[in-house]
Design a protein around this ligand. Structure first.
Ligand SMILES: Nc1ncnc2c1ncn2[C@@H]1O[C@H](COP(=O)(O)OP(=O)(O)O)[C@@H](O)[C@H]1O
Ligand SMILES: N[C@@H](CC(=O)OP(=O)(O)O)C(=O)O
Length: 360
């Protein structure tokens, strides 16, 4: 059984949802679909919380209206008859926002309750669309039934033992239906909503992969895999077809936003591959991350603020000496596995392109 995770960019509008449906149709061995909130929704929920906390009621109402209208428009474009279910979520959205009104600050616990609406809207819309497009039974499930975490609001840690017990509840359903559920969100043992950290839906998917002994977890996104650097910064960056868990983890940890930094922990424990693919170009091979033996040399670059990390294996030699020809940086940290530079140049992205062209 495979698990597919679709990020916010992959479900951003009706056209994107149709693409997702097509991909699922072409993969009958997909058993669980994990979905993120539609693109930008989680940021918008943060803006709503901010307006509420500052008691800016009119602004908050405008922001709420725009978010709900956007989701209604996607549902209309897909010709879905889910007005009542959307109304229920909209009421909860109002309630969660009202609960923050005038607080003067955003309490992390209240933010988690509000955050959860993003993934619950997108999963409702996607599952409803899949139900009318597919012959297979489609079941929308609330991941909070099984994704049990501690109460570190906004960046909760999963309770693996608890999750592995709770998945038994879903096992009969998986026999007969394709399950659609939410990434990012979870629940404490006592039933209060938590989240795994911004961008955490990748982690939700691999945690489910571990709990359900999935054969593979696919992360479907807007790029054709993990590249040697963020393609938005370095358009000539190459997609890496095969990567070790360690190298992919390090790229993620040092800023490669394509994967949430803890994504590969469950995959390493349970030893299943994680495949990163593009929803826009599904026929491209993508990147396969597995127990690949390590090879010496540079694997890729990751940028976080003004820190550029060169990731690889046995890096102390020639590769890094190339940097001697460059100015405008200082070595921040250097190990066998990575070299982190603080970029002093005004044009950070230009510096990254230069390093990439010399080193990869
Ligand atoms: N090394 C990298 N390889 C591929 N993409 C990267 C890398 N580093 C950063 N990215 C960025 O990650 C983005 C995909 O992540 P994200 O925006 O979170 O997608 P999603 O909406 O699918 O969750 C890409 O559009 C790309 O700009
Ligand atoms: N919606 C959440 C979780 C997430 O992982 O989103 P995405 O898959 O679009 O990066 C966020 O934006 O933080």
């Amino acid at each position: 059984m495979k698990i597919f995770k679709f990020g916010g960019s992959s479900v951003q509008d009706a056209t994107a949802m149709k693409r997702v449906s097509e991909i699922i149709l072409n993969h009958s061995n997909c058993g669980i679909v994990v979905v993120s909130a539609t693109k930008n929704t989680t940021n918008e929920l943060e803006q709503i919380a901010k307006s509420a906390s500052l008691n800016e009621v009119n602004l908050m109402q405008k922001q709420l209206e725009s978010l709900t209208l956007r989701h209604r428009a996607i549902a209309d474009d897909l010709e879905l008859d889910i007005g009542l279910s959307l109304s229920e979520l909209e009421s909860e959205l109002q309630m969660c926002s009202q609960s923050i009104l005038g607080d003067g600050e955003i309490l992390p616990k209240k933010m988690d309750a509000l955050y959860s609406l993003g993934e619950r809207f997108s999963s409702l819309i996607l599952s409803s669309y899949l139900s009318i497009q597919h012959d297979r039974a489609i079941l929308l499930k609330d991941i909070r039934e099984i994704m049990i975490t501690n109460d570190s609001w906004n960046c909760a840690s999963p309770l693996i033992g608890e999750i592995s017990q709770r998945v038994q509840l879903w096992k009969p359903a998986i026999e007969d239906a394709l399950i659609v559920t939410q990434g990012f969100i979870g629940s404490t043992i006592s039933g209060e909503t938590t989240t795994l950290g911004r961008e955490g839906s990748d982690y939700s998917a691999t945690l489910l992969g571990e709990a359900f002994s999935a054969s593979e977890v696919f992360i479907w996104t807007d790029v054709a895999g993990v590249a040697t650097c963020d393609p938005r910064i370095v358009p000539s960056a190459k997609f890496i077809e095969q990567l070790s868990y360690d190298h992919a983890s390090r790229l993620a940890q040092f800023g490669a936003k394509v994967l949430f930094e803890r994504t590969l922990e469950p995959a390493m424990r349970a030893k299943f591959p994680v495949v990163v693919k593009s929803t826009l170009l599904p026929s491209e091979v993508g990147s396969r991350i597995f127990d690949l033996p390590k090879r010496d040399g540079v694997v890729g670059l990751a940028l976080e603020g003004d820190i550029l990390s060169i990731i690889g294996e046995n890096l102390l030699s020639e590769e890094v000496s190339i940097l001697n020809n460059l100015s405008d940086y200082e070595i921040y940290k250097q190990t066998n596995e990575y070299v982190a530079l603080r970029i002093l140049s005004e044009d950070i992205e230009d510096f990254v392109r230069e390093v990439h062209s010399k080193i990869l």
